[in-house]
Design a protein around this ligand. Structure first.
Ligand code: FAD
Length: 215
């Protein structure tokens, strides 16, 4: 209770399985007494491109545009565009950020990648050497919840798509909902609800190459 959650959600259709998983998360976490914010990226028509428009006012180096440098400087000066500042506020408040999306080309949809590119600005989310274990968002939890087209065997060790762990780390996967039976899909949604009930007791994954590749 009292925890704050941000759900960054990328699906065009509220009736989709992704839409259901998002709704379940809002319901379940609200029931626990958490306050839940949702960034519904398609609904917001979120701009995914990293352009000069993200910097309000004068550029740091108008002669030669470097997005990373300009965004970093703009963050320091409070001159990032309003939509970015709004998203950063939500991230700053959140104890847990859930990313809910369908897998697109072994990754997240472009609109969500654009959210990461634009919102997680140097100085706000990370700095050098303040990154990884000592990153600026280190006390927050993150959870990737996504659906796939391929089934579980395709994403297993030796499967045609490769072990899913090689792609993404802290995750909750619903494999191939379009090809599952209605009962199997209901089970996926129920599993998600169950997972959310114990999410605060989970130990974060130790995201080191040793753990990952079992070196
Ligand atoms: P939906 O089609 O919305 O859902 C499946 C069914 O579940 C629907 O009939 C829906 O009505 C039903 N449903 C909704 N809510 C519930 C509920 N509460 N209980 C029971 N049933 C419910 N896949 C890969 O594996 N790898 C890739 O690299 C990849 N790249 C892609 C790239 C693009 C551009 C696109 C468009 C797709 C790609 N896919 C890929 C496939 C994609 O990941 C799947 O189509 C997607 O994950 C399916 O999720 P959905 O929410 O869209 O499913």
């Amino acid at each position: 209770a009292g925890k704050k959650v941000l759900i960054v959600y990328a699906h065009q259709e509220p009736k989709s399985l992704n839409g259901s998983l998002k709704t379940i998360a809002v319901e379940e976490l609200s029931k626990q007494g958490c306050s839940v914010a949702v960034s519904d990226l398609y609904e917001m028509q979120f701009e995914p491109r990293t352009t000069k428009k993200d910097i309000v006012g004068n550029l740091y180096n108008p002669e030669e545009f470097n997005y990373g440098v300009e965004a970093w400087e703009a963050w320091k000066n409070g001159s990032l565009s309003e939509d970015l500042i709004e998203e950063q506020k939500k991230v700053k408040e959140a104890d847990l950020v859930i990313f809910q999306f369908p897998l697109y080309w072994f990754s997240m949809p472009a609109i969500m990648k654009g959210w990461m590119d634009r919102v997680l600005v140097q100085g706000f989310a990370h700095d050098f050497p303040k990154c990884y274990d000592s990153g600026l968002l280190k006390n927050k939890l993150a959870l990737l919840s996504f659906t796939t087209g391929g089934d579980k065997s395709m994403y297993s060790d030796g499967g045609v798509s490769g072990d899913i762990r090689y792609l993404l780390w802290p995750m909750q996967i619903c494999f191939a909902p379009e090809y599952a039976t209605q009962d199997e899909r209901r089970q996926m949604v129920a599993c998600w609800r169950q997972r959310l009930r114990i999410v605060w007791e989970e130990e974060p994954i130790n995201c080191t190459p040793e753990w990952y590749y079992k070196l």
